[in-house]
Design a binder for this molecule. Structure first.
Ligand SMILES: N[C@@H](CCC(=O)N[C@@H](CS)C(=O)NCC(=O)O)C(=O)O
Length: 290
C-alpha cells in the first residue's frame, strides 16, 4: 500500500477489513450486535471496563476513594473484552451507547444512574464522595480545565500517534510526523505546568492527575506503544518526576491490576468484587487453583 496512490471514492463504503489490529471489531455504525445482559454484583457501584488507560482512570479513582475511607466506593469490576466485541452487547450499549469502556452503573440511586465517558465518571465520583477535587470555585475550575484538556487531547496521543506509530499495518511518515509533533507539544504543555506545580492543579493530587497520568505518564514510563525513546521521554524532567511519583502510589498499583488482561499473571485481576481479591484472585492464583 502506498500513501500517495489512494484516491477516495465519492461516497465511502464499508468494505474489506483494513488489516489493522482493530479490524475485526471496528464498524461504521453504532448500536448492539447481540443480546447480552450485564452481570450485577453485590455493591452499589458496578463497573464494566478493561485495564486500558481509559479503564484504569476509574479503577485508580475507586481505589483512591476506598483508601480515603469512603466505604460506599466499594465496587464490582467486570471485564469487558473489547477485542471480542463485548462492548457491542445489548446490556453494555444500554449503559454506554458509544460502546466504549469504561462504563459505570450506580445502583445506590433509584432508578440506578448510568455514567459513561471516563471524565464524566471521575467527576461523578468526585462529586458523590466530595473527594479528589478542590472545593474552592477557582481551584475547581482549574481542575476541570485540566480534566477536559485530557479528554480532548489524549485521542491525539492514542488514536493518532499510538495508532500510526505502533498499530497501523503501514508506517506512514506524514501521519507519524503529524501526530508525534502534536504529542510532543502536549507533553511540553504538561512539562511547563509541572515545572511550577507538584500536581496538575497545584499541591493536591486530584481527578485531573488521575485522568492524565495513565496516558501521558504511561507514555513517559514506556508503557504505551514502546515509544518513550522515540518521543525522548527523559527530556521531560518534570513530567517524569510526576509520572514516577504517581506510579509509586499503592492505590495506583491496585487500580492498574483491575480488569487487566495482559502482561504478568500476578498483576492481572480480571474481575474485582472484594478488596481481598488482590490477594487471592489474581490470574496466577486462579490458574494454579485450576
Ligand atoms: N472518551 C472515552 C474513550 C473510551 C475508549 O476509547 N475506550 C476504548 C478502550 S481504551 C474502547 O472501549 N474501545 C472499544 C472500541 O472502540 O470498540 C472515555 O474517555 O471514556
Amino acid at each position: 500500500m502506498s500513501e500517495t496512490e489512494y484516491v477516495p471514492p465519492k461516497v465511502w463504503k464499508w468494505g474489506a477489513e483494513n488489516g489493522g489490529p482493530f479490524a475485526s471489531t471496528n464498524r461504521p455504525i453504532a448500536g448492539p450486535t447481540h443480546e447480552k445482559e450485564l452481570p450485577i454484583g453485590k455493591h452499589p457501584l458496578q463497573l464494566y471496563s478493561l485495564g486500558t488507560p481509559n479503564g484504569v482512570k476509574v479503577t485508580i479513582m475507586l481505589e483512591e476513594l476506598l483508601a480515603l475511607g469512603h466505604e460506599g466506593a466499594e465496587y464490582d469490576a467486570w471485564i469487558i473484552r473489547i477485542g471480542d466485541g463485548d462492548q457491542f452487547g445489548s446490556g453494555f450499549v444500554d449503559v454506554n451507547p458509544n460502546s466504549k469502556i469504561p462504563a459505570l452503573m450506580d445502583h445506590s440511586t433509584n432508578p440506578p444512574t448510568r455514567v459513561f465517558e471516563s471524565g464524566a465518571i471521575l467527576l461523578y465520583l468526585a462529586e458523590k464522595f466530595g473527594a479528589l477535587m478542590p472545593a474552592d470555585p477557582a481551584d475547581r475550575a482549574e481542575c476541570l480545565s485540566w480534566l477536559m484538556w485530557q479528554m480532548g487531547s489524549a485521542p491525539y496521543l492514542g488514536g493518532g500517534f499510538g495508532h500510526f506509530y505502533h498499530y497501523a499495518p503501514v508506517k506512514i511518515e506524514y501521519a507519524i510526523d503529524r501526530f508525534t509533533m502534536e504529542t510532543k507539544r502536549q507533553l511540553d504543555v504538561l512539562e511547563r505546568r509541572l515545572s511550577e506545580n507538584r500536581y496538575m492543579c497545584g499541591d493536591e493530587y486530584t481527578i485531573a492527575d488521575i485522568a492524565i497520568w495513565p496516558w501521558y505518564g504511561g507514555l513517559l514510563l514506556n508503557r504505551q506503544y514502546d515509544a518513550a525513546e522515540f518521543v525522548d521521554a527523559e527530556s521531560y524532567i518534570n513530567g517524569m518526576r510526576w509520572a514516577k511519583k504517581i506510579d509509586a502510589r499503592e492505590t495506583v498499583k491496585r487500580g492498574r491490576m483491575v480488569n487487566k488482561h495482559r502482561g504478568e499473571l500476578h498483576e492481572q485481576l480480571h474481575e474485582r468484587h472484594d478488596a481481598s481479591d488482590f490477594d487471592t484472585k489474581t490470574a496466577d492464583k486462579v490458574a494454579a487453583a485450576e
